[in-house]
Design a protein around this ligand. Structure first.
Ligand code: ADP
Ligand code: MG
Length: 625
């Protein structure tokens, strides 16, 4: 072996426990709210029925969690701060059937390594309490002290020795908001326990023990209580309980959707998808249903040891859970009266018909103004008086059919995979210049002849896709034209939403939206895209802020821009049930032939169902088989 390499290569060595803990803290303890979550879960595991959390300066200066649980015996106290030390697991088998919130034995060790922490605890059978402190990993001896039965965990100066993390913490209002959210998430699943949060001495959350439905409703704005359906089903050992909001409560953000698996609040794409599917066709596709869903199943059927913060789970049979959620929520919805309650004010997504007509006119002039700078798919002569841009006479663009002969009834293939440039659409629709080339069924579907058969088109989904593509093309050429509001509109906003505003600034600039924070809980909208002038700028900005707040961590600039354009197009597009004039139908079909990715709406749902002549011939038994 080469001597130089031998001396320069650092030797492998075991890390000291304190460094191990600090590394673990990097995963488990992201911010004050993570400390609160871990400690409140410990209190629940200790059988507490009353838990109080006190914080100062958003938890950055102080976090104190007080409970009336069964305490920690004096001789175990030093172990509470030790890493991989837990009273909740004893052997391998336990790990595959977790019945407690905690089990990893690393939260207190992590917290102790990055703060000044102190535990005072007393078990029911001891005469007094004891105390232990941990200063960034340096533990004191256990000392006797007067205390009530239960445990108090006190954390001061979180991240005092991790400057990078400390600097990353947000304003105390934002951190307090995260703490309240963390407590609420835990409390929703435990209506039998009372929870209280005091922030700077003021009560900011007070949840006395109550009936399950009343506690679940705490997850939603108060007025939602009028528009909920109760879910309670059991099938094959899986129990589903909770409240489901009527379709009118579905929102672009996910803030009113809470999923719990065995009492643990989790993110789960399978369950989220099942919920969305259950609402298919009942609410706008971009919206997320309001739901508080409790799934209980035997702990052997779900792995909770997937994520350090335990925010994800893995089902042994996820398709069974998916199927049960989908079918029970769907039948709950279909078995009830879903007619929306009258709303006091027209919101962005619920614009009066008159307002929508003028909105469509606005959109028309916006798109007409576009013809000066043609793109691959939005050029064309100006159409008079309509909200859709006109296009050259169709048929001229119709390509040969792309379907393999004999294909069964099918959705248009998804051309997104073929790249982002103009892709010839299969089944080009034949549109004569002065004729109505399609019929409109139920004011929702267009049935038209295509070059190789016929197509059935979902008018909303198609219009939404067309608008999305046009807006995207416009935005990529420069900011949308914007109009200053005479009087700025003020929208209330949470501290997290005000933080999100910073991230949204470049997108707002592209869209011609000017919005700025005014004070700690409000945002003023100063300018709005002129073509959307008839829409409520305040409601739109609020929707975008809410979406950004809940999903910011996962969204890059492009996704966020697309999502926002998607919201605009979804709201502005014709809806199912809107009658269209023959001229509007004609233009919609013409645009379909030119626009990129017309086969799917921006959410990926198909816009078009296709039947080829060949299929028809087969169905009518005109061919030999
Ligand atoms: P885990 O919860 O994964 O076991 P923690 O580091 O969170 O790990 O806690 C370590 C141990 O300290 C727990 O297993 C429990 O025995 C004890 N403990 C922590 N908080 C409390 C509490 N509030 N009441 C009683 N015991 C507690
Ligand atoms: Mg724990």
């Amino acid at each position: 072996m080469n001597g130089v390499a031998e001396t320069s290569r650092p030797r492998i060595h075991q890390l000291p426990p304190n460094l191990v803990n600090r590394i673990a803290a990097g995963e488990v303890i992201e911010r004050p709210a993570s400390v609160v979550k871990e400690c409140v879960e410990n209190s629940l595991d200790a059988g507490a029925t009353a838990i109080t959390v006190e914080i100062d300066d958003g938890g950055k200066a102080l976090i104190r969690i007080l409970d009336n649980g069964n305490g920690i015996p004096a001789e175990d106290l030093p172990l509470a701060f030790a890493s991989h030390a837990t009273s909740k697991l004893t052997d391998d088998a336990d790990l595959f059937a977790i019945k407690t919130m905690g089990f990893r034995g690393e939260a207190l060790a992590s917290i102790g390594s990055v703060s000044f922490a102190r535990i005072v605890s007393r078990t029911p059978d001891s005469d007094g309490g004891c105390e232990i402190t941990n200063r960034g990993g340096e533990m004191s001896p256990v000392k006797a002290i007067g205390a009530n039965v239960g445990t108090s965990v006190e954390i001061r100066d979180l991240f005092y020795n991790v400057p990078a993390r400390r600097k990353f913490l947000k304003a105390s209002g934002t951190e307090s908001g995260h703490i309240a959210d963390a407590i609420l998430k835990i409390a929703i699943a435990r209506p039998d326990v009372s929870f209280k949060l005091l922030s700077g001495g003021r009560v900011s959350l007070d949840l006395p023990a109550t009936a399950p439905v009343l506690r679940w409703l705490e997850a939603w704005p108060a007025e939602y209580a009028q528009s909920k359906l109760d879910l309670d089903v059991e099938s094959d050992g899986i129990c589903l309980r909770g409240i489901i909001g009527l379709p009118e409560l579905a929102m672009p953000h996910l803030k009113n959707q809470y999923l719990f698996v065995n009492g643990r609040c989790v993110r789960d794409k399978f369950i989220g998808h099942a919920l969305k599917e259950a609402f298919r066709g009942l609410c706008e596709p971009g919206r997320n249903p309001a739901a508080v869903l409790m799934i209980e199943l035997s702990p052997e059927l779900v792995d909770v040891n997937v994520h350090p913060t335990k925010s994800e789970v893995r089902f042994r049979d996820s398709s069974r859970v998916h199927g049960l959620v989908l079918s029970s929520v769907r039948s709950l919805l279909l078995g009830n009266d879903l007619v929306p309650r009258a709303k006091p004010q027209a919101s962005f997504g619920n614009v009066e018909p008159v307002a929508r007509t003028s909105m469509r006119e606005q959109l028309a002039s916006f798109f007409r103004a576009d013809v000066g700078t043609p793109t691959s798919h939005s050029s064309g002569p100006i159409a008079g008086g309509h909200y859709l841009p006109d296009v050259p006479v169709a048929g001229s663009t119709g390509g040969p059919p792309h379907d393999p002969p004999g294909a069964a009834t099918s959705y248009d293939s998804d051309p997104r995979e073929a790249g982002s440039t103009s892709v010839p659409q299969t089944g080009q629709v034949l549109v004569a210049q002065n004729a109505t080339s399609a019929i409109q069924l139920h004011n929702s579907y267009l049935v038209a002849e295509s070059d190789d058969g016929l197509v059935i088109i979902d008018q909303h989904a198609l219009h939404e896709r067309i608008m999305f593509e046009d807006l995207l093309a416009r935005v990529s050429r420069g900011p949308l034209e914007s109009q200053r509001l005479l009087i700025p509109l003020v929208v209330s906003a949470s501290p997290q939403q005000i933080d999100a505003l910073e991230m949204l600034a470049p997108i707002f600039a592209q869209l011609g939206i000017e919005a700025a924070a005014i004070g700690p809980d409000a945002v003023a909208v100063h300018a709005f895209p002129s073509f959307l002038e008839k829409l409520d700028p305040a409601a739109f900005v609020k929707d975008v802020l809410e979406k950004a707040e809940t999903e910011s961590a996962r969204l890059d600039h492009e996704t966020l821009l697309h999502d926002t354009l998607d919201m605009m197009s979804c709201k502005a597009a014709v809806k199912a049930g809107d009658p269209l004039t023959p001229e509007e139908i004609r233009m919609l079909l013409q645009r379909r032939n030119l626009v990129d990715r017309a086969s799917n709406c921006p959410h990926g749902r198909p816009t078009t169902l296709k039947l080829s002549l060949r299929d028809l011939e087969k169905q009518f038994k005109r061919t030999g088989f």
